[in-house]
Ligand binder design. Structure first.
Ligand code: 5GP
Length: 209
C-alpha cells in the first residue's frame, strides 16, 4: 500500500480548561490516535510517570536536544521548557497514523509552519469565573501566581484566530463529543478519503461503467 500521511491535531487551551481530561477521553475513544509525549524540563508532579505524561529531562539535557535539532518545536511555558520530538512525529506521520499534540499556542504556531495541513483545536472554559475557580481549586498557588496564570490566559486567547475549531468545555461529555466529531470530520475530508486505497478502488469501479 502506498505510504500515506496521517492527520495532525493540535489541541491548545488555557491552563485550567480541563484539556487533559478531554484529551484522555478522546484517546480512550479512538485507539487509532497517537499522543505525542513531550519532553520537559519541568520536574514531575505527584502521580506523573516518565514516558506516559512526559519525558522528564534536566534543563541542560533539554538545551542540548534543542541545539541538536531534536525538537519539531519547543517553547518556554510558565518558566519551564517543553518540546515535541521531531523524530517521533516524522516516523508516526510516515506510518499514516493520526497524531495529537497537546501544546501551547507558541508551539502550535511553529508546528503550523511545518505542517500547514495540521488541524488546530482551541479549547475554552465556559466563563472567566469558571476558569478562575478551577485554577483556585486545582492548586494552592498564591494569589500572585494565579494572577500571572490569568495574564497568560489573556495572551493565549489572543491567538484564537490561528485555530480551525473552538470547543467550549462547559459540560465535559459534550466537549468530548465535539472533539470526537472534529476528528471524524477531518478524516472524512475528500483528500484524506482518497488517500485510502480501498476508496480509490471504489472510485475507479464507479467511474468505469
Ligand atoms: P503542564 O506543565 O501543566 O503539563 O503544561 C503547561 C503547558 O505546556 C500547557 O499549556 C501544555 O499544553 C504546554 N505543553 C506541553 N507540552 C508541550 C510541548 O511539547 N510544546 C509546547 N510548546 N507546549 C507544551
Amino acid at each position: 500500500m502506498a505510504m500515506c500521511t496521517g492527520c495532525l491535531f493540535i489541541i491548545t487551551a488555557p491552563s485550567g480548561t480541563g484539556k487533559t481530561s478531554l484529551v484522555s477521553a478522546l484517546l480512550e475513544n479512538d485507539p487509532e490516535l497517537r499522543l505525542s509525549i513531550s519532553y520537559t524540563s519541568r520536574p514531575p508532579r505527584e502521580g506523573e510517570e516518565e514516558g506516559r505524561d512526559y519525558h522528564f529531562v534536566s534543563r541542560e539535557r533539554f538545551e542540548k536536544m534543542q541545539i541538536s535539532g531534536d525538537f519539531l518545536e519547543s517553547a518556554e511555558v510558565y518558566g519551564n521548557w517543553y518540546g515535541t520530538s521531531q523524530r517521533w512525529i516524522s516516523e508516526t506521520m510516515q506510518s499514516g497514523q493520526d497524531i495529537v499534540l497537546e501544546i501551547d499556542c507558541q508551539g502550535a504556531a511553529q508546528v503550523r509552519k511545518f505542517f500547514p495541513q495540521s488541524v488546530g483545536i482551541f479549547v475554552l472554559p465556559p466563563s472567566a469565573s469558571a476558569l478562575e475557580e478551577r485554577l483556585l481549586a486545582r492548586n494552592k498557588d498564591t494569589a500572585d501566581v494565579i494572577r500571572r496564570r490569568l495574564k497568560a490566559v489573556r495572551e493565549e486567547v489572543s491567538h484564537i484566530n490561528e485555530f480551525d475549531y473552538v470547543i467550549i468545555n462547559s459540560i465535559l461529555e459534550d466537549a468530548i463529543h465535539d472533539l470526537i466529531c472534529v476528528v471524524r470530520a477531518e478524516r472524512l475530508k475528500r483528500a484524506r478519503q482518497l488517500q485510502l486505497q480501498k476508496n480509490q478502488v471504489l472510485i475507479s469501479q464507479l467511474t468505469s461503467f
